[in-house]
Write a protein that binds this ligand. Structure first.
Ligand code: ZN
Length: 328
């Protein structure tokens, strides 16, 4: 009875939790969560994986860390004995592309936005012993790409300069499921990789673009966090916009980064909802936004400074002229 109860509870939530030892001896905890009839989300140590199971085979989005890929492959095999034919990388970060080489060796064809391949090439050059050449996507695109797979149209589209400069989202049109990659962290402050072309403004624009593709019934697989909804996405856009505006105002008030980083009232309502309890803490998030505002404003501020100096000079000349005229 007890076993039966547990079993039906597991079925009810469509969640299976698997523990196993990988060959590194590390214990990996993965969860396979049903999102729609044929779409699943696999949670583990890295970014959320999206999976489509069907007659054509397995379609996969992201593949977490290299150390965990064996476990992930086993989880997928338990669900389908068909091959993983296509993999889309939502961006180049290691917690989303670590399994690339292992999957490529089994015949999976890897797709990504072209900047992902360029960034990965850079990583391979820098850490050539760690990442094998096979990790590179075999097919790249600049703006978008469409698959016809497992009985539905799968639309992959590029989001410009958001979490990185190579982000892509994947929309399963019949299943009505969207995978956002790391442009969307559900319920947490996002990490924005400004060193690699990311920006908060790009995230907001990208999420607005996603809102145009989806509808109120869409289920959303975020880069990190639990499955979300249309309103979760809306809430994230509002949160990003609100905090950005507040930091912008403080910047114009000539507050320094250190001062703004300590202004708890800027983020209070979101902190109270747990936004600062993820990978990115409140202070780090405020500092990141401050830097973006400062970077964006600095050419204008420099111009203002120049104008100010020019004005002073003109005033000075005017005074000297007046003095001279008086003497005469
Ligand atoms: Zn990332």
């Amino acid at each position: 009875m007890f076993t039966k109860l547990i079993f039906s509870t597991i079925l009810l939530f469509s969640v299976s939790i698997v523990f196993a030892q990988t060959d590194t001896g590390q214990k990996t905890n993965t969860k396979l969560i049903k999102v729609s009839n044929k779409i699943y989300m696999l949670q583990g140590n890295g970014g959320n994986i999206g999976l489509s199971f069907g007659d054509d085979g397995v379609f996969m989005i992201d593949d977490q860390f290299a150390d965990d890929i064996e476990q992930i492959q086993n989880d997928i095999k338990k669900k389908s004995d068909k091959p993983i034919r296509f993999l889309v990388n939502t961006h180049f970060h290691e917690d989303h592309t670590g399994g690339n080489a292992a999957l490529a060796k089994t015949g999976t064809v890897i797709f990504s936005q072209e900047n992902v391949r360029t960034r990965l090439q850079g990583l391979i050059r820098r850490e050539n012993k760690k990442i094998p050449q096979e990790a590179l996507p075999m097919v790249t695109f600049s703006e978008d790409l469409t698959f016809y797979f497992n009985g539905e149209k799968i639309y992959v589209f590029h989001i410009h300069n958001a979490h990185t400069d190579g982000d892509a989202m994947v929309y399963f049109t019949e299943s009505n499921v969207l995978h956002t990659g790391d442009v969307f962290f559900n319920g947490k402050y996002p990490f924005i990789d400004t060193e690699n072309g990311g920006s908060l403004k790009g995230c907001v624009d990208g999420l607005e673009k996603a809102m145009m593709v989806i509808n109120e019934d869409t289920k959303i697989i975020p880069g990190h966090g639990d499955v979300g909804t249309y309103s979760d996405l809306r809430k994230t856009i509002d949160m990003l916009g609100t905090i950005y505006k507040r930091v912008f105002t403080q910047y114009l008030n000539k507050k320094t980064e250190d001062e703004v980083a300590k202004m708890t009232d800027i983020t209070k309502e979101y902190d109270d909802q747990g936004y600062g309890e993820g990978f990115i803490k409140t202070e780090a998030f405020l500092r990141m936004i401050y830097k973006e505002v400062a970077k964006e404003r600095s050419p204008m501020d420099k111009n203002n400074e120049k104008n100010e100096k020019a004005r002073e000079k003109i005033e000075q000349m005017q005074k000297e002229y007046d003095k001279k005229n008086k003497k005469n």
